[in-house]
Design a binder for this molecule. Structure first.
Ligand code: GDP
Ligand code: FE
Ligand code: FE
Length: 190
């Protein structure tokens, strides 16, 4: 699957606003990849496809998780995280993308996880700081993203957990594990 085919696939499956968000994530991710010496082609393909499943019916995604034996704990934590995990599965099945680095970047783009790959980090961060995100907390993350990929990912996780806690939304364990991973590593680095 080349970029043109990937863009074609998401143009079909996303609404206009979401497609424009995707274009900004691709630009942001490409910049980060260059800055931190991460494989730009993989990053761009994962960024193009990261929200592929965003508008799939929730019931369909829940059924896919059960029928295909994906992690069933996903069903307990609210519908927002499904499009990432099921999206990676659909991208593999429907678009025949088999590159593990691309697939895991899609899979963990919402929650993050402990020991993220470089491609995962870049897509995760780009989705959070793309220029269309206007909430106040993003500015500090943008500043760190100029120089320190791990610190920027850590702050993204901290802000996301903070946001979810304030809204009393359940937090998927991968998000906590990612937070702890960075917290411990950044502290050790100092
Ligand atoms: P988008 O698809 O570009 O809108 O962005 P994301 O895929 O990053 O996030 C979608 C939503 O998932 C956001 O509203 C987040 O607050 C929410 N989210 C992120 N992490 C978690 C989590 O651990 N648990 C739950 N329930 N929601 C989360
Ligand atoms: Fe998403
Ligand atoms: Fe997104």
């Amino acid at each position: 699957m080349n970029e043109e085919q990937a863009f074609h696939a998401v143009r079909q499956s996303l609404k206009k606003r979401r497609f424009e968000h995707t274009e900004r994530v691709v630009e942001e991710a490409a910049k980060l990849a260059q800055r931190f010496h991460v494989n730009v082609e993989k990053v761009r393909l994962a960024a193009i496809l990261h929200d592929y499943a965003k508008y799939r019916p929730i019931e369909e995604m829940r059924r896919t998780i059960k029928e295909k034996g994906l992690r069933t704990d996903l069903l307990l934590y609210g519908d927002e995280i499904l499009h990432a995990f099921v999206g990676a599965y659909y991208v593999q099945q429907e678009l025949k993308v088999n590159d593990e680095d691309v697939l895991t970047a899609i899979k963990y783009h919402t929650t993050g996880r402990a020991k993220m790959t470089q491609v995962e980090k870049v897509v995760f961060l780009a989705d959070y700081i793309e220029p269309g995100r206007t909430f106040e907390a993003v500015n500090e993350v943008r500043d760190w993203a100029e120089k320190d990929l791990d610190m920027a990912c850590f702050l993204t996780l901290r802000n996301t957990i903070d946001f979810l806690v304030k809204k009393e939304i359940p937090i998927y364990p991968d998000t906590f594990n990612a937070y702890n991973d960075y917290c411990l590593n950044i502290k050790r680095r100092k």
